[in-house]
Design a protein around this ligand. Structure first.
Ligand code: AMP
Length: 302
């Protein structure tokens, strides 16, 4: 089993959906990512929280074996994000982003983090993504996620780090925003021309699409009857995806396809409740059961 390193946000989120609201709950791209990936591989986390961050949240990650050796506790407020969703739940409207301790964060990597073979640069300031990437020793695979906040606010730094990665994992609206292409197939091709050999486009309730050279692979979303809060679905998808790749230890077409299905499986749990509440209750057998349902769902027959 190979190891996986992530840098991203660890946050306190306030979320409103048509079905309810949650205030100051555990969130963040690196949080969802690590929790989901911990079902597949050992995981190392690089991030910062403020002194106001509840210790119980860290215990939750530690209980899953997440190595918090790269998590700093700084004086100042934890990163906070507030967002809301309308009935279609497809896109979050950001109400507030407060960088807090992320504004002056300088990542530190313990020595044993530097030779991690699989690296995920989760959604966070692209300058931090680049900084971490420059300090790891030639990983086998590097993937990256981002969002509109950074595409609009730090485009040049983002394009610099995109050039260095193997896989870009991004949602459809952000793929369009990054490439200025309305058509997703063209957007995927354009992304490949920016550097990454493989593009995975997350499409919410419509599933996910992988583009690699001239080949495409599509996966539907797991048919869920009660989507409650989509926050973190993208990061959870990435955690399942990268976790499955790290567990396999190889990156070929077949493992990438399986990894996309595992990403979709993990995301299907996150959307069933606020914060990490559903992920915390999930059992390995449920993960495998949904994986098998995917295989059946996608089987065309002879
Ligand atoms: P998603 O998987 O796209 O729904 O990501 C949701 C998570 O992203 C939330 O838990 C937020 O804390 C986090 N987040 C929101 N905005 C940002 C940002 N600008 N940088 C890093 N993380 C963010």
């Amino acid at each position: 089993m190979a190891d996986l390193l992530v840098v991203g946000s660890v946050a306190l989120d306030s979320v409103r959906t048509p079905f309810g609201k949650a205030e100051e709950v555990l969130g963040g791209s690196a949080t969802y990512f690590s929790y989901a990936a911990s079902f597949f591989t050992t995981i190392r986390l690089v991030a910062v929280v403020g002194a106001d961050f509840p210790r119980t949240h860290l215990d939750l990650l530690e209980r899953r074996g997440v190595d918090l050796g790269g998590l700093q506790v700084a004086s100042g407020p934890t990163f906070r994000w507030a967002g809301e969703y309308g009935y279609d739940l497809s896109e979050a409207k950001t109400l507030d982003t407060r960088l807090g301790v992320f504004a002056d964060f300088r990542p530190t990597l313990p020595a044993h983090f530097r030779a991690t073979p699989f690296v995920f640069l989760a959604n966070i300031d692209p300058e931090l993504q680049l900084d971490v990437l420059q300090r790891v020793e030639r990983p086998r695979l590097v993937a990256l996620d981002t969002m509109n906040f950074w595409i609009q606010g730090k485009r040049d730094a983002l394009l610099r780090v995109v050039r260095e990665v193997d896989v870009l994992v991004i949602n459809d609206a952000e793929a369009r925003m990054l490439t200025e292409e309305a058509n997703l197939v063209r957007a995927a091709r354009r992304i490949v021309s920016l550097g990454p050999r493989t593009v995975v486009v997350k499409r919410g309730e419509y599933g996910a699409l992988m583009a690699r050279q001239d080949r495409f692979f599509f996966v539907p979303a797991y048919p869920i009857e009660s989507v409650f809060d989509p926050t973190g679905a993208g990061d959870t998808f990435a955690g399942g995806f990268m976790g499955a790749l790290a567990r396999a230890g190889t990156v070929d077409d077949a493992t990438l396809r399986r990894a996309i299905v595992y990403g979709s499986v993990m995301a299907s749990f996150t959307v069933e409740d606020f914060s990490l509440n559903r992920l915390v209750r999930v059992e390995t057998a449920e993960i495998e059961a949904r994986y098998l349902t995917f295989r059946e769902m996608m089987h065309v027959g002879d």
